[in-house]
Design a protein around this ligand. Structure first.
Ligand SMILES: Nc1ncnc2c1ncn2[C@@H]1O[C@H](COP(=O)(O)OP(=O)(O)OP(=O)(O)O)[C@@H](O)[C@H]1O
Ligand SMILES: [Mg+2]
Length: 278
């Protein structure tokens, strides 16, 4: 297992926030973490990264407990929603930061920054200051900096939530592409069910400090563990069709998709407008 969480309990200011969370994540898997605001998603990521004290339970990375390790020795990295870049510094300095800490030779740092900027589709942006970049560009730099730390586990805490729909989709696809290439075990916190369904090997659905269900996207939709999960994922209707050359065609609609040619079923679900994220 890449990451194993066993019966994790976390107490903050005398209040139990996580009530015995368990998760098993295989090497290279992409997991989405869903759940209402305040249910403990960020708390779980911070615990994994060593930024919070754990009351009970265990966290192992590649089958070794990391509970006694400080954050920088765990092989984890978090990208927070507010990104936490250094605005006055150049893109290059920001991305190289974890490598500078690890005393990677300067020329190697430069090479890696160049490669990462290419990977996040910002080639040649080395000397630009962070404060001179757009929100979407900053998001890419934050992603590159996270990757520069060469993490065993990448933790993404809603890093795209400030972006408009189109950019969000682009960033989602970029993360997925990088994940497919590099196979870094990833947990993505998101409020976007569609994003979770499209991107994940498995989805963990949280409520009030516990995991309600941890399953494949298909399992979540077809066998919801309880009414809460069912309500979240909605009822799925299937439309049969064919994908050819990146286009899904059915009797009802057509859509551009990133799938190999073949016969498919598209799952459609319905939410009352404004209730998508509840
Ligand atoms: N440092 C802290 N001290 C005390 N309570 C905290 C602290 N950080 C978070 N909490 C509480 O823990 C609970 C879980 O918070 P957390 O930030 O993990 O939620 P979340 O699922 O990430 O929510 P959101 O979707 O809004 O980001 C909340 O009730 C929150 O008020
Ligand atoms: Mg949060």
């Amino acid at each position: 297992m890449s990451l194993t969480i066993e019966n994790l309990k976390v107490i903050l200011q005398n209040k139990e926030i996580l009530h015995g969370v368990s998760l098993d994540i295989k090497e290279g898997e992409f997991i989405s973490l869903l759940g209402a605001s305040g249910c403990g998603k960020t708390t779980l990521l911070k615990s994994i990264a060593g930024l919070l004290e754990v009351k009970e339970g265990n966290i192992s990375i590649r089958n070794k407990s990391v509970l006694e390790l400080p954050p920088e020795k765990r092989g984890t990295v978090i990208v927070f929603q507010d990104l936490r870049l250094f605005p006055h510094m150049t893109v290059e300095k920001n991305i190289a930061f974890p490598m500078a800490l690890a005393k990677v030779p300067k020329n190697e740092q430069k090479e890696t920054v160049k490669r990462l900027l290419k990977a996040v589709q910002l080639p040649g942006f080395e000397k630009r200051k962070i404060r001179e970049m757009s929100g979407g560009q900053m998001q890419r730099v934050a992603l590159a900096r996270a990757l520069a730390a060469n993490p065993k586990v990448l933790l993404l805490d809603e890093p795209f939530s400030g972006l408009d729909e189109k950019l969000r989709g682009e960033m989602g696809r970029l993360v997925k592409k990088l994940h497919d290439e590099w196979k870094i075990t990833t947990i993505l916190v998101t409020h976007d069910i569609r994003e979770a369904l499209q991107m994940s090997d498995k989805i963990a659905m949280m409520s009030e400090g516990s995991i309600l269900q941890y399953d494949t996207p298909k399992g979540m939709m077809e066998h919801p563990a309880d009414e809460k999960v069912r309500a979240y994922f909605g009822k799925i209707n299937y439309v049969e069709g064919i994908v050819k050359g990146g286009k899904f065609t059915s009797g009802l609609f057509e859509a551009e998709v990133d799938l190999p040619d073949g016969e498919y079923k598209a799952g459609i679900t319905w939410f009352r407008k404004g209730e998508e994220n509840e």
